[in-house]
Design a protein around this ligand. Structure first.
Ligand code: NAD
Length: 284
C-alpha cells in the first residue's frame, strides 16, 4: 500500500528535495504540494518544480484544500505556517512530520498540544548521521563529564534565518542532559570583548553563516592535554529529505504523540504519548 504524502513549502529548498525523495521511493506517492498563498508558483506542476518530470500534482495555496488526499504531511516552512498546518492536520486526523526550526517555547507548546490528537514527528535534523551523532555525544559527555570544556560550532548557508541552528541546540541539549545541566542556564551564545575566563559548566555556541554550506556541526570536548571532536557534515539536503520521508512512512501507524527521529531509528522505546509535558525544542 502506498502512503500519500503532502508537502508544505513545496517550492522551498527542502520542499523540492522532498519531492525528489518521494519520487525515488516506490512506497510513497506525492498526493499534494502546498505553497504560500502569495507564491507565483501556485498551479505549477510539483514534479516539474523539483526537476523530476511532470507528475500532475498542482501546487495549492492552502493545506485545507488538499488535506483529504493525504495520509501524512511533511512540513519544512516557517514556524507560523507550520503551526497553522499542524492545526489543520489535528482537525482532520492526519499525521505530520515537522522539519521547520526556530520555534519559540510558546510555539513549541502549541505544537505539543496538537500532538495529543495526532502522531507528530518533529526533529531539528532528520539526517541519520546527525541522529547517530546524538547518541555518540551522549556517550562522550557521560565519559568525559566535568573534566572538559564543551563548545558547539556550526556553519550554514547565507540564507538561513535562525541561529544557532536547531541541530546545534539539540546537540547542546543532549550534552547538557547527559551532564545533568539545564541548557537554558549554561548556554553561552557567542563571545566578544572582556569575557573573563571560561566557566567549565558553560556550553558555548559559535555560528558561521557563509556561501552555500548545507550544514556542518562540531562538538568539541576539550580537556587538559587532549580533545575529542565529534563532527557531522551534510553535503546534500537529500540526507534530511530521506530521513523525513522515512519518518513519514513510520508515523502512519503510530498512536497520537510527539515523536522524533530517535524514535524513528529505534534508539528509544519509551511511550512517547506520555512525555508531552517535558519535551522541548532542545531535548531531542
Ligand atoms: P526555504 O525558505 O527554501 O523554504 C521554505 C518554503 O516554505 C518557501 O518556499 C516558502 O514560500 C514556504 N512557505 C512559507 N510560508 C508558507 C505557508 N504559509 N504555506 C506554505 N508554504 C509556505 O527554506 P528551507 O531551507 O527549505 O528550510 C525550511 C525550514 O526547514 C527551516 O526552518 C530550516 O531551518 C528547516 N530545515 C530543517 C531540517 C531538518 O532536518 N529538520 C533540514 C533543513 C532545513
Amino acid at each position: 500500500m502506498s502512503v500519500n504524502i503532502g508537502i508544505t513549502g513545496a517550492a522551498g529548498r527542502m520542499g523540492r528535495t522532498l519531492i525528489e525523495a518521494i519520487d525515488a521511493n516506490p512506497q510513497l506517492t506525492l498526493a499534494a504540494a502546498v505553497e504560500h498563498p502569495d507564491s507565483s508558483l501556485l498551479g505549477a506542476d510539483a514534479g516539474e518544480l523539483a526537476g523530476v518530470g511532470k507528475n500532475g500534482v498542482k501546487v495549492a495555496a492552502s493545506l485545507e484544500e488538499v488535506i483529504e488526499a493525504v495520509d501524512v504531511v511533511i512540513d519544512f516552512t516557517i514556524p507560523l505556517a507550520t503551526l497553522a498546518n499542524a492545526k489543520t492536520c489535528a482537525a482532520n486526523g492526519k499525521a505530520i512530520v515537522v522539519g521547520t526550526t526556530g520555534f519559540t517555547p510558546e510555539q513549541q507548546s502549541e505544537l505539543e498540544n496538537h500532538a495529543r490528537k495526532i502522531p507528530l514527528c518533529k526533529a531539528t535534523n532528520f539526517s541519520t548521521g546527525v541522529n547517530l551523532c546524538f547518541q555518540l555525544l551522549d556517550m562522550a559527555a557521560r565519559v568525559l563529564g566535568d573534566e572538559v570544556d564543551i563548545e558547539v560550532v556550526e556553519a550554514h548557508h547565507r540564507h538561513k534565518i535562525d541561529a544557532p541552528s536547531g541541530t546545534a541546540l539539540s546537540m547542546g541539549g543532549v550534552v547538557a542532559n547527559a551532564l545533568g545541566r539545564d541548557l537554558a542556564e549554561v548556554a553561552v551564545y557567542g563571545r566578544e570583548g572582556q569575557t573573563g575566563a571560561r566557566d567549565r559548566e558553560t556550553i558555548g555556541f559559535a555560528t558561521v553563516r557563509a556561501g552555500d554550506i548545507v550544514g556542518d556541526h562540531t562538538v568539541i570536548f576539550a580537556g587538559e592535554g587532549e580533545r575529542v571532536e565529534i563532527t557531522h557534515k551534510s553535503s546534500s539536503r537529500m540526507s534530511f529529505a530521506r530521513g523525513a520521508v522515512r519518518a513519514a512512512a513510520w508515523l502512519i501507524s503510530r498512536q497520537p504523540g510527539l515523536y522524533d527521529m530517535q524514535d524513528v531509528l529505534g534508539f528509544r522505546s519509551t511511550d512517547r504519548t506520555a512525555n508531552l509535558a517535558t519535551k522541548g525544542e532542545q531535548t531531542q
